[in-house]
Ligand binder design. Structure first.
Ligand code: DGJ
Length: 538
């Protein structure tokens, strides 16, 4: 063999190895119109929980909490890594704590999502190392409208970005070295709830200089190219100013807080892009950014502005193409409303934070069923064992094989039923299902309470007339929308469980349990799986 052929063989083997190793690390995969997370080569649904901010900073402090996480059937813990702890002195990294915690995560048979508390955490820069905090000259701060410095690194400083980049690169390099063979770390969230406060834009001189400049061509070209498909809230702002394509920020979008926010969103997204891209060049794990949602009635500057919020999705998409997902954090109601906004522009839904209340079980089922979400994760997960969540996660875990088989094919849906939304209609195949909160029957204790428990369910079609329904607090009736002259009856209704992917019947449901064949029902707190087969009669 001559040298040329040997060289070609080597290059070929190297390429194959590269492709194999890259495809075997956690990654996202498009299935139909939906997106699936692949871990260890298999589809993975994140049944997660996020730790309180300071819990994962000591092995001993964390020790008693592992049991709590296991008791709720979690498969993934979302945990912060503080910049100040991994780089206490500039350029000197300390990963001892992180290594121990990753080992503990593995020992507890969990996966981990790393939250990078870098330049920003809930708008602020509280987690930057002291050598950054104390050198404001080199690492400048954002200023509010009155010119007062905030404890927020300005995104307009190259020094700020470079310092964060160095640390993030070191972190990802380290994770790659210690974890590539294990895949304990499955995703990364660069930064946390980026947002400008207490004014809509940064008034640091570096920011003001950029504000007066022409809007970058990169953004304008994106807007022109995607004009037909921009989110309506954003399109409106641009349209009201005559769809201008040249000029500075105020000339193109008009003067006002909305423009201040758009301007900041562009520069925040560029900063987050640089971080994400650099991390992925080392170890391309899926990476997402999260957003604090807007409280009712607040205007830019009154809420953490310019983060990856729904009305700014296009700006973020244009500025940060390396980011895989924009994710909502829920501490306000209107779960469905916000999620509907987040699944636009092909954005896969992942809910990294939800207030740890009693609605989380129903919402986990709804998110995984209705949005075929990547995962769900209440915040402050170590604080107590919440049985609603434990039960919902147990059901999803059992359903996993049939969710995977039917994923992305319009065969899966989910419902969330609250007192102000008692009915939800689902269409799968030929059938239309009316789901109601089971309190509407008036039979269950709790039906007369002022605040209702949430009902939630996943429904999966496994054959023309066969469906699995899993959840709690629901009552379901059926119609065949193709044969409206016929009545739909229950051919068979079983309660059961999936063991190693196989359906095992626990009991045959009929009589009072189906209201003598009129409906199927799972009472509040019951959290079970039912198989139903339907038929038509005249
Ligand atoms: C949202 C943040 O992302 C979390 O880190 C935490 O601060 C929660 N808010 C609420 O405490």
């Amino acid at each position: 063999m001559n040298l040329r052929i040997i060289a070609i063989i080597f290059v070929f083997i190297f390429q194959i190895q590269k492709i194999t190793s890259q495809s075997s690390i956690p990654h996202l995969k498009k299935v139909g119109d939906e997106t699936q997370l692949i871990v260890d080569g298999n589809p993975f649904i994140v049944l997660g929980g996020e730790l309180g901010n300071s819990t994962f900073t000591s092995v001993d402090y964390m020790e008693p909490h592992w049991e709590t996480l296991k008791a709720m059937n979690l498969n993934t813990v979302l945990a912060p890594v503080y910049w100040e702890l991994i780089e206490p002195q500039e350029g000197q990294y300390d990963f001892e704590l992180l290594d121990k915690l990753i080992e503990e995560t593995r020992r507890n048979d969990l996966k981990m999502i790393v939250l990078w508390f870098g330049s920003w955490k809930n708008s602020m820069s509280s987690h930057v190392p002291s050598w950054v905090k104390q050198n404001q000259e080199k690492y400048p701060r954002a200023k509010d409208e009155r010119g007062v410095s905030q404890e927020i690194l300005t995104p307009f400083s190259k020094e700020n970005l470079n310092a964060d980049l160095n640390a993030f690169r070191a972190l990802i390099q380290h994770i790659k070295e210690i974890d590539k063979g294990h895949q304990t770390v499955i995703m990364v969230q660069p930064e946390n709830e980026i947002g400008m406060l207490p004014s809509a834009r940064d008034y640091h001189p570096l920011a003001t200089k950029h504000f007066k400049e022409e809007v970058p061509e990169e953004l304008i070209n994106y807007l022109i190219e995607h004009k037909e498909n921009l989110v309506p809230e954003f399109l409106k702002v641009w349209k009201e100013n005559g769809f201008r394509t040249t000029g500075n920020w105020e000339e193109i979008f008009g003067a006002g807080y909305a423009t201040d926010e758009i301007f900041m969103a562009w520069y925040f997204s560029k900063y987050a892009e640089a971080i994400t891209k650099a991390g992925k060049e080392i170890y391309p794990l899926p990476m997402f950014v999260n957003a604090a949602l807007i409280r009712p009635g607040k205007i830019p500057g009154e809420y953490p502005s310019a983060g990856p919020l729904p009305h700014l999705m296009d700006i973020w998409k244009a500025g940060a193409p390396s980011i895989d997902m924009f994710s909502p954090d829920f501490y306000t109601p209107d779960f469905e409303y916000w999620n509907d906004l987040y699944v636009r522009q092909n954005n896969p839904l992942f809910v990294p934070e939800h207030r740890f209340d009693n609605t989380v079980g129903a919402k986990a089922l709804f998110a995984i069923g209705h949005y075929e979400a990547i995962g769900f994760s209440p915040f402050g997960i170590e604080s107590n064992v919440n049985m609603e969540l434990a039960n919902a996660y147990r059901l999803i875990e059992q359903l996993h094989p049939i969710i995977v088989d039917n994923f992305g094919q319009n065969k899966i849906d989910g419902v969330l039923l609250e007192k102000d939304k008692i009915l939800s209609t689902v269409v799968l195949g030929d059938y239309e299902f009316s789901f109601k909160n089971s309190y509407t029957l008036g039979w269950e204790a709790g039906a007369t309470d002022e605040v209702w428990d949430s009902g939630g369910a996943i429904i999966i079609q496994t054959d023309t007339n066969e469906f699995f329904v899993a959840g709690s607090g629901i009552v379901v009736t059926f119609k065949n929308w193709k044969q409206r002259d016929k009545i739909v009856g229950i051919l068979k209704n079983e309660e059961g469980k999936f063991k190693d992917g196989k359906w095992e019947v626990i009991r045959h449901l009929n009589g009072d349990q189906t209201h003598q064949g009129r409906h199927i029902r799972i009472s509040h707190g019951d959290y079970s799986i039912q198989r139903i087969q339907l038929y038509e009669y005249e």
